[in-house]
Design a binder for this molecule. Structure first.
Ligand SMILES: [Zn+2]
Length: 472
């Protein structure tokens, strides 16, 4: 039984989708004004794993994640660069897709763009005006928060408390200081669309209300995002959607925790932010993914380059174990011992059923790897085969250890050497030379070759199948 923590109730709840066997999930995507950073990587990976697990246990998942391609930051960036706003967003969407690829995230079923849904947003705003939950004011349209009795139910705050905590600026266009804009009159030279209130552009919150229910209906099952979005973004999405339709908006609200850089909270303004591309180039996207998966999605994630480096080494070890197993099992076609496989997978599911506890799930993966090694050492092939299969299933959900081990190790070698002076061919040639030296009992030369390579970070390992090498 899967239980999820619902921000709306503040409790763990049994997960029961609206329609048996089907899940509709909407996650807030990125604003495409710049490269995505490790804070985004966390949200992307967390919800990718959640989606994969729901599919793994048999749900047919419809996953929608938006792209915010009209926004103040995009406009500002376009002005700075002297290019049209759509050029800024198109370039960053292409970069974002590449970030998703290196992180091993599946593309959602739908990735709607705000600029392609302006009519849907205008329609929703019109419904709200008709219900007197919104009003027009000098070309802007605001949501009237005090007209909705349960405004604040997601962030568990009452309007008075919000007022007390916020630095409320006087804005004569608003009737209540906490009212928020759903439509903004545009300034000259800004992207603008025709509307019943004149030329303008949508606010941020309205796009998610319009696009989620357009593709998933209302209510739908899961709404996700970072916990920095609970207020005001998600609170305002609820206000708009429930206000307009008079029906529940989303049933389970899942929020991932933030990324800490040392003691500093990872925020868009942090100067020492790292992009996904920078991490991936140095350590590989899968190492970053492994780091994210190691922490429960709701908790804070402490990020450091040292930790990323450790994860990279850990990942290398996982693939070394898998490569060893694939070699040992090749050609044996042993019938897998089902009960051994099921036991490993059951431990994984137990972790994931606890609100997607990926750190427990990873522990099950490592237990499976250790059992696999033990069975290989004991030449217990049905059990070893079963463990290898279990590990593959778990790896497929977590996206850690799911590549072909041989391909991974080859790619690592290529990457390491491209950073140094030796090519793979040169290393192989030295290994051959060392072998010849040993055959002719020139052990001094053989040792010299081994030591020279070691000094360059290349470790030789002699085994029954010959000499292999790895880069440290
Ligand atoms: Zn959103």
């Amino acid at each position: 039984m899967l239980r999820v923590h619902n921000t709306l109730s503040g409790k763990l709840e049994e997960f029961q989708p609206l329609q048996p066997g089907k899940v509709g999930m909407y996650v807030c995507g990125v604003t495409v004004y710049d490269r995505s950073h490790i804070g985004h990587a966390r949200a992307l990976v967390c919800f990718d794993v959640i989606c994969r697990y729901l599919e793994f246990v048999g749900y047919d998942v419809k996953f929608v994640r938006n792209l915010t391609d009209v926004d103040d930051k995009i406009i500002k960036r376009a002005v700075e660069r002297g290019v049209p706003a759509h050029q800024v967003s198109e370039e960053n969407i292409a970069a974002f897709n590449e970030d998703m690829r290196v992180l091993g995230c599946k593309r959602p079923d739908l990735e709607p763009k705000a600029t392609e849904h302006i009519d849907d947003m205008i329609g929703l705003i019109e419904e709200l005006i008709e219900k007197e939950l919104a009003y027009e004011s000098s070309g802007d349209v605001y949501f009237a928060v005090d007209k909705l009795p349960d405004y604040g139910k997601l962030s568990h705050r009452r309007l008075e408390d919000m007022m007390a905590g916020a630095r409320v600026e006087v804005d004569e266009r608003k009737r209540h200081p906490m009212d928020f804009a759903m439509w903004k009159a545009s300034k000259p030279d800004e992207p603008a669309w025709d509307s019943p209130w004149g030329k303008g552009r949508p606010g941020w919150h309205i796009e998610c209300s319009a696009m989620s229910s357009k593709y998933l209906g209302q209510p739908f099952d899961i709404h996700g995002g970072g916990n920095d979005l609970v207020f005001p973004h998600h609170e305002n999405e609820i206000a708009q959607s429930e206000g307009a339709k008079g029906a529940e908006f989303a049933r389970y609200w899942l929020h991932n925790g933030m990324v800490n850089l040392g003691t500093e909270k990872m925020s868009k303004s942090a100067g020492n932010m790292m992009t996904i591309a920078a991490c991936a180039e140095e350590y590989g996207g899968e190492a970053l993914r492994y780091l994210v998966v190691g922490t429960h999605y709701r908790g804070p994630l402490d990020f450091s380059v040292d930790r990323l480096q450790e994860q990279k080494k850990g990942l290398d070890r996982i693939y070394e174990n898998l490569a060893r197993a694939d070699e040992a099992l090749a050609g044996r076609s042993a019938q897998a011992a089902d009960e051994v496989r099921d036991q490993v997978v059951a431990a994984f599911r137990e972790g994931m059923d606890e609100d997607f506890n990926t750190s427990k799930a990873l522990a099950a993966l490592h237990d499976g790897l250790r059992a696999m090694n033990r069975h290989i050492d004991a030449e217990e092939w049905p059990q070893a085969t079963a463990c290898r299969q279990a590990v593959a299933q778990i790896a497929g959900v977590l996206g850690v250890g799911a590549q072909s081990p041989a391909d991974y190790i080859d790619a690592q070698k290529q990457q390491t050497i491209s950073a140094g002076d030796l090519t793979a061919d040169q290393i192989e040639a030295l290994i051959t030379e060392r072998l010849e030296a040993r055959k002719s009992k020139n052990f001094a030369r053989a040792d010299e070759i081994r030591d020279d390579l070691k000094a360059q970070g290349i470790i030789l390992e002699d085994g029954p199948g010959g000499t292999t090498w790895k880069a440290t």
